[in-house]
Structures are given as C-alpha cells and as structure tokens.
Design a protein around this ligand. Structure first.
Ligand code: HSE
Length: 303
C-alpha cells in the first residue's frame, strides 16, 4: 500500500443534445480526493467544497463506500482517511457521481497496486455508476464517445480545442437522474432516431476533426430534452434562444444545468440564459469554462 494517493477528476457534460447516452465532454471543474491508508479498519471522511448539504461525510459517502467495495472485492480491505475537495455541483447534470466513482476506482487501482487498462477502468466505473457516458469522459477527458457491449465499455476520445468557449449555467435546484429518466418514452419513431443519429454523427465528426465549426442545429434533440422540459422550467425557452454568439445550447446530462457553446463574448450568452430562466421563476448562475483535455489524473506517494 502506498503512503497516500491523490486523484483529480473533471466534471462532465453528457449528451450534448443529440448524443443521448452516447457521449460527454469533460470540463475544467474538478473533484480532488486524497486517500491515506490507516493502521486500523476505520474510515474517516472530511468534505470541503460545494453543496455540503447534499454530501454525507461518513462511511455512506459514495466515494468512501465505492473504495471500500472495491478493496473488499480485490481482497485488500482496510481503513483509510478520505479527504474530498469538490468543486463539481452535485445533482445538476455535471457528472458529480461519475467523477466520484472514477476517482474511487482510480484511487483503488493505486491503493491495491492493481493495473487496469483504460477500458477495464471505465467498464468497472460504469458497473458502479450505471451509465457509461460521464465516466468515460471523466477518465479520458475531451469529447468522449462510449459504447457499451454487455459489461464491457469501449471509449473513444478526442481533445477539444480550447478556443471553444463553454458557458455552463447552473440553476439553484437539483433533479435526480432517475427522475429525469423516468419521464422518457420506452420507444421512439424512426424519424426521431434518425434525426438524432444524423446530428450525433456530424457533431462527433466535427469534434474528432479538431473543428469548432459548430452551429445550433447540431445540438438539436428529439430523444430526451423535449420530455424533460416539463421538469425544468425555462428549458424549452433557453433551447429556442437565438444569439449571434451562440454556436449551440443543450441540457447538460440529465439536467437541470445547461451547456452553451459560444463563438465569442461568452458572458453575454450566460447572462441571456440566466435572464430567460429568471423570467421562468428559476434563479441560476453561470461560469465560463474551458474543456478539460487531460481526464482523471492520480499521484501515489510510496510508503
Ligand atoms: N445520459 C444520461 C441521461 C445521464 O441523460 O439520463 C448521464 O449518464
């Protein structure tokens, strides 16, 4: 066992409108973990960061319980001190639980000295999290497409030029992913599926070619955003926004955060989206971010 393990994991924004359950973009907003093995079997958790009211700081914490579960599975169970410093807003569609799980798996691979290939790590994190899109992007960084075949996940990633301005608008309420999935239909028309496939393929081709020649039509979606709108006041009005600097706008993951792509003057776009949400009774704030092209990173201090 090393003396200490540190891991940094980015936030992620899944779906990008059209690429529902297929792809996500990593953002320069981070979860930092530090795990120090203990001589006794106790688990101690300290939490610093956003939304402390939404995060338990005891053994029921998602990161603590994921680390414990994996160490037990690998026959290396032991106590540890877990320090969490989290800047990723929780429960708002920014991959906070995916970051927690990717961070836990990465920490365990160092703690248990167990090598994992990229796809093994992402598959294991998907098993714990339930969905592959955020975890694949949190591990690889950039724009990442994930394919699930049974319990195996294969991920393909491309860096995103940082001249693309990302505007993240975060409303002051949370929506559970299960709730936002419960409103989706079980079946779709062929026309709606083809509509999304065309855009997801074109958006992926652009981003994998290193281009930022985007336009709002790329992000248009018929598979999830129209059904989630009633849960998220102002969403349909924001998605209809026309602005000269706007290259695209979509729900971030299962929401309620909104991700916009701006050609220039990103703060103007952020203010405009916050204004529309306020008119619909929702308080929010925005941040202008760069993409994260590095993905999760870990450091181990030898004992
Ligand atoms: N793609 C998922 C959804 C969220 O939109 O429900 C992240 O896994």
């Amino acid at each position: 066992m090393p003396e200490r393990v540190s891991v940094r994991v980015p936030a992620t924004s899944a779906n990008l409108g059209c690429a529902f359950d297929c792809a996500a973009l990593a953002l320069s907003l981070y979860l930092d973990l530090r795990v120090t093995p203990r001589a006794d079997p106790d688990i101690k958790v300290t939490y610093r960061g956003v939304n402390p009211d939404r995060i338990p700081a005891d053994e029921s914490n998602l990161i603590a319980s994921s680390i414990q579960k994996l160490l037990r599975r690998w026959g290396r169970e032991r106590g540890f001190d877990l320090e969490i410093d989290n800047r990723i807003p929780v429960g708002v569609g920014l991959g906070s639980s995916a970051a927690a799980i990717v961070g836990s798996v990465a920490a365990c691979h160092w703690l248990a000295d167990r090598p994992l290939y990229d796809d093994e790590l992402v598959s294991l994190a998907t098993e714990l999290e339930g969905h592959p899109d955020n975890v694949a992007a949190a591990w690889h960084g950039g724009f990442t497409v994930a394919i699930q075949e049974g319990e195996h996940v294969h991920a393909y990633s491309s860096p995103v030029p940082d001249l693309l301005h990302l505007v993240l608008v975060i409303p002051a309420y949370a929506v559970a992913t299960e709730k936002a999935r419960s409103v989706l239909p079980a079946q779709y028309s062929r026309a709606d599926v083809v509509h999304n496939l065309q855009r997801a393929a074109a958006l992926s081709a652009q981003l994998f070619s290193g281009k930022v020649d985007l336009h709002p039509g790329f992000f248009d979606d018929r598979l999830h955003q129209p059904y989630r709108g009633p849960l998220m006041p102002g969403l349909s009005e924001v998605l209809a926004l026309k602005h000269p600097n706007l290259l695209g706008v979509c729900l971030s993951g299962a929401g309620p955060s909104i991700l916009a792509f701006a050609r220039s003057a990103p703060a103007d776009v952020g203010e405009e989206i916050c204004r529309i949400l306020r008119e619909n009774g929702v308080e929010s704030h925005f941040s202008v971010l760069a993409p994260d092209n590095r993905g999760a990173k870990g450091w181990s201090v030898p004992a």
